[in-house]
Design a protein around this ligand. Structure first.
Ligand SMILES: *Cc1c(COP(=O)(O)O)cnc(C)c1O
Length: 393
């Protein structure tokens, strides 16, 4: 037996376990102090009633001999893929339903899609970003180069012609920085990808949070993109499906390399290694697009947006530099008075009982930065920002 030694190259992810350990220790020492958690990248509001009703009805169908269903189509039921295509039409993007693949979430697809690529490829990953992109490639033993995101470029790195890459990751709106690209900026990435004969992996998990006009909710709004980009999206942050599990990946038919079609390869990969998402979950996802479901989901997103606004206003008053908040549930701030994210984390916990996420956990360029999340209830956000103001005002 010989194991995949690339696993030895993975950096141990201490981020969330270290946060949990520090918070637990603080609670033990100060049981009387209320801790306000603003660090988790998970939704907090419950599912829309329209989604719950649809899943309940689907469960009933499965319990009835006449309406029972077994294995579904590996790439998802037509009823859901048609709804997803309709969602894209509303954004101004025309897709064939055969280009849409339903899955149990964007994280698994982001990792699994690499099955289609040779180990010799070089990948370009933004720094800072969602750690999954780098780690899945470390596991495969691929070479990784980084695109530096920093305050100077508004945390939106643009292509550097001197850098060669075969697979390019873009996350917009970005986790953790909340920065989002315009269609024109994405078109520049598309032109770069074509010059390099590369493919773009575009993560649109937070597209529903885009509120400023001029910013893209899909990479397919950029020109000439169908030959070079795959888009990963999810119901997790949009419809609160983090625990339910449903996402989708778009693979345009024009995406062909060396005579191989990525769409055909992905279909083959999924039919071989995946048996589809639960019927119940797909009916729930379908209901997220119903008139009622859309309204209920919009209400939840509006509540998160309110929270983000509350955080931004507090930071504005304090004159703290930050990005995000407008088009994202995340606010990415420069640690006031600290150059080390963990030192700031400790100071904020000790003196305000507020928990956030140290920016260094998302990449080297996150050092000195800090992520606060709008995925919390309004009361928590208000109180946290009052304490924050009292400490740094
Ligand atoms: C939360 C998140 C996802 C969603 O992952 P799921 O597996 O669909 O829950 C994808 N990308 C980013 C950047 C995220 O933060």
């Amino acid at each position: 037996m010989k194991l995949n030694e690339n696993f030895k190259n993975l950096k141990e992810s201490y981020l969330f376990s270290s946060i949990a350990a520090k918070v637990a220790a603080f609670s033990r020492e100060h049981p009387e102090k209320k801790i306000l958690k603003m660090g988790i990248g998970d939704v907090t509001l419950p599912l829309a009633p329209a989604v719950v009703n649809a899943m309940r009805a689907a469960a009933e169908e499965l319990g009835n001999k006449q309406t029972f269903r077994g294995y579904g189509p590996e790439r998802g039921y037509d009823f859901l893929r048609e709804r997803i295509a309709a969602h894209y039409r509303e954004l101004g993007v025309s897709l064939d339903t055969d280009e849409i693949f339903v899955s149990d979430g964007a994280k698994s697809d982001l990792g699994n899609f690499l099955d289609l690529f040779d180990r010799e490829n070089t990948v370009l990953v933004p720094d800072p970003v969602y750690p999954v992109y780098a780690d899945t490639n470390v596991m495969a033993g691929r070479k990784i180069v980084y695109a530096n995101a920093c305050a100077e470029n508004g945390f939106l790195p643009m292509p550097d012609e001197s850098v060669d890459a075969d697979i390019i990751y873009i996350c917009s709106p970005n986790n953790p920085t909340g920065a989002a690209y315009s269609a024109e900026q994405l078109a520049e990435w598309v032109r770069y990808a074509k010059r390099k004969n590369a493919v773009i992996f575009y993560d649109a998990a937070y597209e529903a949070f885009v509120s400023e006009s001029g910013l893209a909710r899909s990479i397919y709004l950029a020109e000439g993109v169908r030959e070079c980009a795959v888009e990963f999206c999810s119901f997790s942050k949009t419809a609160g499906f983090t625990g339910v599990r449903c996402g989708y990946t778009v693979v345009p038919k024009e995406l062909v390399c060396g005579g191989l079609s990525l769409n055909a390869m992905w279909l083959r990969r999924q039919t071989t290694k995946f048996n589809g998402v639960s019927y119940i979950v797909q009916r729930g996802a379908e209901a997220a697009y119903s008139e009622e479901g859309k309204k209920q989901i919009a209400k939840n997103i509006a509540a998160y947006r309110e929270n983000a606004g509350e955080i931004c206003r507090a930071l504005d008053r304090l004159g703290v530099f930050y990005t995000g908040g407008k088009n994202s549930p995340y606010i990415w701030l420069k640690c006031p008075g600290f150059s080390d994210s963990w030192a700031f984390f400790d100071y904020l916990l000790e003196n305000a009982g507020v928990v956030g996420t140290p920016g260094c956990g998302f990449g080297a360029n996150g050092s000195g930065f800090f992520r606060l999340t709008a995925f919390a209830d309004q009361k928590t956000v208000r109180e946290a920002m009052e304490r924050f103001a009292a400490l740094f005002g």
